[in-house]
Ligand binder design. Sequence first.
Ligand code: F6R
Length: 598
Amino acid sequence: MCGIIGYIGNKEVVPILINGLKRLEYRGYDSAGICVLSQNKLETVKKKGQITELENELIGRGINGTMGIAHTRWATHGDSSVVNAHPHLDCKNKIAIIHNGIIENYGALKKILEAGGHKIISDTDSEIVAHLIEKFYNGNLEEAVIKAIKYIEGTFGLVVICESEECIIAARRGSPLIIGIGDDEMFVTSDASAILEYTRKVIYIKDDEIVTLTKNSYDVKNLNGNLVNSEIQEIKWNLKEIEKAGFKHFMLKEIYEQPHSIENTLRGRIRDNKIKLSFDIDPKLINKIIITACGTSWHSALIGKYLIEKISGIETVVDYASEFRYRNPIIKDNDLLIAISQSGETADTLAALRVAKNCKTLGIVNVVGSSIAREVDFGIYLHAGPEIGVASTKAFTCQVTALILFSLFLRQELGLELDSKLINELSLISEKINSILDKADKIQEISTNFKDAKNFLYLGRGINFPVALEGALKLKEISYIHAEGYPAAEMKHGPIALIDENMFIVFIINRGEIFEKVISNMQEVRARGGNIITITDCPEDEMIKKLSNFIISVPQTQEELSPLINVIPLQLMSYFVADAKGLNVDKPRNLAKSVTVE
Ligand code: F6R
């Protein structure tokens, strides 16, 4: 999510760190900082915005040395600001840390540290780590870091230096860290692109490993302090390939990130079958819920309506933000307005939020500290990481995950029993998505048949009708093929007139109550010569086999979670069709990542 680089050697460290940060810029960031051991003192400089601003800030400061760490931040806890930027320091400015990941128990650790007299100045979860290491520091940084990370729940890629030792300590759990080995110099980074111009010899640190770097040695140990064997590997990729982690496009990389980003949305929010969200909303006082959003976020809003009404029984309406803001909507004081936005900056969604002056508001947002995140009364951050591809993928599945959590939260706060099977199924969802991603080759093979198609219909029912809309949107925005989504049963009220042998129809059909009804819709299409692509959890069904030209099978799950599964082949299909057409998948024509104008 954020970018890390550290260096120890004989060269002047500041240009190496700034260069590395610039290489990490493609990931998206909101602030950056550097800490260098300069004349036996830790000197720290942080700046909001571009790396060049940090670079300018360093001019004339006389900071020089041969050991230092630097970080680009993409906010997860606490707004984008200088105080929240990394590196973070202990109370005495003698220990500096940079951290990627999420410290789940930072609230509890903060209380303990503050009670022990530590002064915590930022809103971040990361700063806690500097103080925890300070608490355990007794002249040996490595030992102090080992002790500190035993107290941390959550994920970290952590790099630490201190004033009194010439070494860098790095540790990892769930967040990537790579050691770069040079001649009389060592590097540590979250992303090989930052060090590629200096060395291609690397070690990929594993979870719960801790590394001590001096300029000519590296010790990799486990948390018991025992040395472990680690293999030196040679990087063969070029820079562009590395930025995309070997994927051809950011969109494909982000599709593959979904199992992990969904886990980040869930992290720390379910404990002992209870939903933990950090706000006080009493659902007994809510009259109705209004959800407003645009584009893909509006599709997750439609799924949200289904989820909230089914799970909590609270009436929920959904409105396009661009319509809501101009039609004098009826908003009661005891309504709750939910604004969903990946960027948190979409002009129409922000304006719709501002229309709801008299009721409480909740934001479901990815970008921390964005306008929507700042203006709402309550919030659920997605923690999906930066989404760079213009076509939204991982933000969508994380929004749906956040809406599942919120629906369960409402039910719990109403005093109703939670469905433990559903909660358990949620914990399996990433694995199930991975099993679809493992079959991407097959989906690619099928998709090449559609590159000359002119028209597509996407049909689904119930909670999967919005998934049909999302599949159609993905195809049109990156493949420029006309596509429409419909509730399957609506087809006979008009769109059926379009069906002939040139029409491609995607059906989303899962076992359950309306299975037979969707089969009838498939028959109607087949009778008119349409080509059927079926996304289903029952590929063995004889009727499905008979009626489909192509079948993409997906794992079974509970109905409430089925959008998270069914959307994956649709994202992959649109990606592969656009790629087969040779289109610029990450930057489709006429589209911007964040629509900040009306
Ligand atoms: C489609 C897409 C857009 C956005 C829409 C809202 O792939 O990305 O439809 O979903 O512009 O953007 P956010 O969620 O940032 O408010």
